[in-house]
Design a protein around this ligand. Structure first.
Ligand SMILES: [Ca+2]
Ligand SMILES: [Ca+2]
Ligand SMILES: [Ca+2]
Length: 211
């Protein structure tokens, strides 16, 4: 007759059980049961912990990526429309601003739809940044401590040299650098690290008005 082999643990438990009273669990059986249960629980806990940590890491990285992309998109927008790119230091990018038209160039009132003249066209003649009466107005991106900051011209005043204060566009930045691939194509690298995760982004932008 074919016999089914019992798992070793049951045989052991049976032997232990046979030594004492068969009517219930002995102390040793109880201890072994608790031990087995503990091993199972610890295993499950570790598996769950690993899954939660992996989930945390992923959402952490997703958050960092979203913040990095926001800053990248901002720089790319200004780069695409600029006719002047400068990299004064490895972690600084300066471009002439010729994208925005949210003010009336004559009375400097805020107009969401603009007045049809780029705001950098200070003398409102249709040419932008062409001479001393209409000097170049810059947008600057610079790494300051762990923050990537942006400085924009202030078009709310009649002065051509007014700038708005530095504004943080991305926090926890550990690396920011720009380099020319060609005279009108720039590569930007951005690294963010929040102490737990690190993400690196790289993008390229072409200045349409430059050759
Ligand atoms: Ca305008
Ligand atoms: Ca002008
Ligand atoms: Ca100007």
């Amino acid at each position: 007759m074919r016999t089914i082999k019992k798992p070793l643990i049951f045989t052991a438990l049976k032997k232990i059980s046979d030594l004492g009273d068969n009517s219930g669990l002995t102390l040793i059986e109880l201890l072994i049961s608790i031990l087995i249960l503990s091993i199972v629980v610890v295993g499950l806990h570790q598996a769950l912990d690993t899954s939660l940590t992996a989930y945390d890491d992923t959402s952490d990285k997703r958050e960092l990526l979203a913040r990095g992309r926001f800053a990248m998109e901002r720089m790319v927008r200004f780069l695409q429309e600029t006719d002047l790119i400068q990299i004064p230091s490895p972690d600084e990018l300066k471009v002439s601003e010729r994208l925005l038209d949210t003010y009336n160039n004559f009375n400097h009132q805020y107009m969401p739809g603009g007045d049809g003249y780029l705001d950098a066209d200070e003398d409102q003649d249709g040419l932008v940044n062409e001479d001393a009466t209409d000097p170049i107005t810059y947008v600057t991106f610079k790494l300051n401590g762990g923050n990537l900051e942006e400085e924009l011209p202030n078009y709310k005043t009649g002065s051509t040299g007014d700038y708005l204060g530095w504004k943080v566009i991305c926090e926890q930045v550990t690396g920011f650098s720009c380099s020319f691939l060609t005279s009108n194509v720039l590569e930007i690298q951005l690294t963010l690290n929040d102490g737990k995760s690190e993400v690196s982004l790289k993008t390229r932008a072409k200045a349409r008005l430059l050759n």
